[in-house]
Every structure is written in structure tokens, then in C-alpha cells.
Design a binder for this molecule. Structure first.
Ligand code: COS
Length: 385
């Protein structure tokens, strides 16, 4: 389908597709098996300018917003959902700074992220704060012109790999979610270390690690916005970056569809290519339609957000919910089309099915997305009354 992409958007897609095919594909199986992120891919991403896509132009970025990030993430995900999310997690980490950072903070941090010199991650989740994001316990006590951080974060994408971390902390625990703040901690700061490295089902190229803070002194100038804004910053960030997860999901689904079409055109049973059987054609027809519907929704939501729409929680949750469910369905069907071979690691579709699963879980489970959508619907209903 023609989505009226600008020349710049088409170029970004092309750059991401080339990088995925030439650099990521040869390493995909090994990164999945060994669960590691290749430094070569990090370097290539930096050189490619893909990390500039979501950074505003005045800070050395390309200013292509959520749409640009979605296009790049989708293309990378067609080949490898793991490397793609290691890339897109920089967009997640940079968004609090872009939305709420001071001019000085933006000048200091964003150009280095744009060039790929530094990577940035977002740290919200804790053992007791998953879906219940307001229940953050990681403590930040003011001490002169510093904050002292104590506690841990878990399941952090690019944990250990990133240089900057936007950490959601409790500055006033009595106030619950209204007592949270966002502060940027740098790798290498005394008292900031990395704990458990997760051994995951899928997206195994993307590092996922625990962050441990033990009397870690972070300069007060790294506080983003003001104390008490942490929950709002996290929610407004996720309102945007959930579209990136949706793009990852649609990319994974497209990858599985591409593999299925290739296989249906070559694999023979009963003396015919399996693509000549209606049982397979019905599956391909359904898969392709769902992928296109998810893509159309994602692009429209991304365009809405980039045009400055104020009410975006519902539409971004809808994109994430729909695309991730499509990714799970389409990758399962791809495995089914491949039959016994699909279950084996010799073909990429079993990996795609494993990679797809997380898109229904992270950046808010799909059950949470449905609650957000319903809450917004009910509020809209009240406004119309
Ligand atoms: N934009 C602006 N404000 C928002 C908001 C948003 N998207 N979402 C919530 N708020 C505001 C609410 O309006 C409310 O403000 P008031 O206190 O002034 O009324 C406040 O924040 C608290 O909101 P709410 O009562 O809805 O908070 P809950 O604790 O019920 O949690 C959910 C809301 C479940 C939506 C939230 O915790 C969530 O998104 N959880 C999933 C977290 C997640 O995605 N984790 C994965 C992290 S991986 S990076």
C-alpha cells in the first residue's frame, strides 16, 4: 500500500533495510543463540544516522519523530526483532529528555545520542512496579546539590550497553505516584552497577539487565523537569514509544510473512508447491491482511502524534495492542506453514514467534493497554454527555 511517505522517510527505510540485510542478518542466528548484542551492529547503527531519526534537528537529529522511529524499527524488525529493539530503546530513553529536558540538558545529551557516541536507556520497572508503574521504590534522597540513589531496576533494555539511563525514582515516597521523579544517571558513576543479565525466550540480541544503585550520587542538575513529575514523564513517554513497539511487532510479522511466501513457493508436497493448496492460501491471505491493517494503524497514529495531537494515550495503546496480537498470530501461522521445519532452528520462523511474544508484554501488557483504551473511552463518553 502507498502511505505517501516523504523522500526522507523512504530513504530512512532504505538505510534500515540495507543495514538489516547486510549487517544484521549474517549475525542474527549467532546473536540469538549466544544472547549477545554485536558491537559491530552498534557501530553500524551510529554510522548509519538511524539514531538521529527521533532526535530534533536543533540537537543534530533528523527530526523525523515517531513516524521516522517507527519506519526504522519496522525495517530492522523484519530481519531481527532483537537488534531492532536495542535500537528503538534509545528512542524510549531519549523521549523524556526531548519532552521534558531543559535546554542545557538537551544540548548536553541529545547530540551525543544522535551521533551514536552514547546510548540511552529508560529505567522504570522494578520487582514490585511492573504494570503498577506508580509503585516505584528506588529511593532518591536530596543531599546538597546531589541525589543519592538506592534500590534496583529490573528488565532494563540495553542495561549495561547504554551510557545514560533515565531512571524513575521515588523522591517523596509518601506521595505515591505523585512523589516520583525522573533523573539521568551515567554509567560509570560510583555506586551504579549492573546485576542479573536475563536469559530470555526471544529478542535475545537485545541486552536486558538489572540496574543496581547503592549510595549512588547523581548531580541534581540531571533531574528532568521537577520533583514529582516522574510518573507523568513516564506515562507521556510511553504514550509515544508504544508506537515503536507496535512497529517492531509489525516488522516481525512482515518478516514471518515474507518467509512463509518464499517457503510456500518452493516446498513441495503431494507433487505440488504447498502455495498451490487453498489451506495455505487462506492462511497467507489472512496474515497479509492483518499485517497491512496493523501497519496502516501504526502510521496513522504516528502521524497524529507527530502533528502534535494532544490526546494520544488511546490511539498509541490501540496500535500497540493490535500490532502485537497480529505479530503473535502471524508468526504462529508462519511456523504452522513450515510444519515440522518451522519448529526447528534451521529456519528463522521459530525465532520470530519467540521474538513476537514480548511485544504483547513490554511497555505495558496488552491487558493494561485495554484498560487505558477503556478508561479514555469512558472519559470521552463523559465529555460528550
Ligand atoms: N498522560 C498524562 N497523565 C496520565 C497518563 C498519561 N498517559 N496516565 C496517567 N496519568 C495521570 C492520571 O491522569 C492521574 O493524574 P491525577 O492523579 O492528577 O488524577 C495520574 O497520572 C495517575 O494515573 P492513574 O490513576 O491512571 O494511575 P494508575 O496507578 O492507575 O496506573 C496505568 C495507570 C496502569 C495506566 C500505568 O501504571 C501504566 O501505564 N502501567 C503500565 C506500565 C508499563 O508500561 N510498564 C512497562 C514499562 S517498560 S518501559
Amino acid at each position: 500500500m502507498d502511505y505517501n511517505l516523504s523522500e526522507e522517510e523512504k530513504m530512512i527505510k532504505e538505510v534500515a533495510r540495507n543495514l538489516a540485510e547486510k549487517k544484521i542478518k549474517p549475525l542474527r542466528e549467532e546473536m540469538d543463540r549466544e544472547s549477545y548484542f554485536s558491537p559491530e551492529i552498534r557501530e553500524e547503527l551510529g554510522k548509519s544516522d538511524l539514531l538521529r531519526v527521533f532526535i530534533p534537528e536543533e540537537f543534530d537529529g533528523l527530526g523525523m519523530g515517531i513516524m521516522g522511529m517507527s519506519l526504522a524499527t519496522e525495517e530492522l524488525s523484519i530481519v531481527d526483532g532483537g537488534s531492532a529493539i536495542a535500537y528503538a530503546a534509545n528512542g524510549l530513553g531519549a523521549t523524556p529528555l526531548i519532552l521534558f529536558g531543559s535546554e542545557e540538558q538537551k544540548k548536553k545529551f541529545l547530540p551525543k545520542i544522535a551521533s551514536g557516541e552514547k546510548w540511552i536507556a529508560f529505567a522504570l520497572t522494578e520487582p514490585e512496579a511492573g504494570s503498577d508503574a506508580g509503585n516505584v521504590k528506588l529511593r532518591a534522597n536530596k543531599d546538597g546539590d546531589h541525589y543519592i540513589l538506592n534500590g534496583n531496576k529490573i528488565f532494563i533494555t540495553n542495561g549495561g550497553e547504554a551510557d545514560y539511563y533515565v531512571v524513575i525514582v521515588a523522591t517523596d515516597p509518601e506521595k505515591g505516584s505523585r512523589g516520583l521523579s525522573a533523573i539521568l544517571a551515567e554509567k560509570g558513576t560510583d555506586g551504579f552497577s549492573f546485576g542479573k543479565e536475563e536469559d530470555k525466550m526471544g529478542i535475545r540480541a537485545a541486552p536486558t539487565r538489572e540496574l543496581v544503585f547503592s549510595d549512588c550520587r547523581v548531580p541534581g542538575e540531571n533531574l528532568i523537569s521537577r520533583e514529582g513529575m516522574g510518573f507523568l514523564i513516564a506515562m507521556k513517554t510511553l504514550d509515544r514509544t508504544r508506537v515503536g513497539v507496535a512497529a517492531q511487532a509489525v516488522g516481525i510479522a512482515q518478516g514471518a510473512l515474507n518467509e512463509s511466501v518464499l517457503y510456500a513457493n518452493t516446498r513441495k508436497q503431494f507433487g505440488k508447491k504447498i502455495g498451490e493448496f487453498q489451506a495455505i492460501q487462506v492462511k497467507l491471505g489472512e496474515m497479509a491482511t492483518k499485517v497491512e491493517a496493523a501497519r496502516a494503524l501504526i502510521y496513522q497514529v504516528a502521524r497524529n502524534i507527530d502533528s502534535g495531537a494532544s490526546k494520544i494515550s488511546k490511539i498509541s495503546s490501540q496500535a500497540k495492542l493490535f500490532a502485537s496480537d497480529v505479530a503473535m498470530e502471524v508468526t504462529c501461522e508462519a511456523v504452522q506453514i513450515f510444519g515440522g521445519y518451522g519448529y526447528m532452528k534451521d529456519y528463522p520462523v521459530e525465532k520470530m514467534m519467540r521474538d513476537a511474544k514480548i511485544t504483547q508484554i513490554y511497555e505495558g501488557t496488552n491487558e493494561i493497554q485495554k484498560l487505558i483504551i477503556a478508561r479514555e473511552l469512558l472519559k470521552e463518553g463523559l465529555r460528550r454527555k
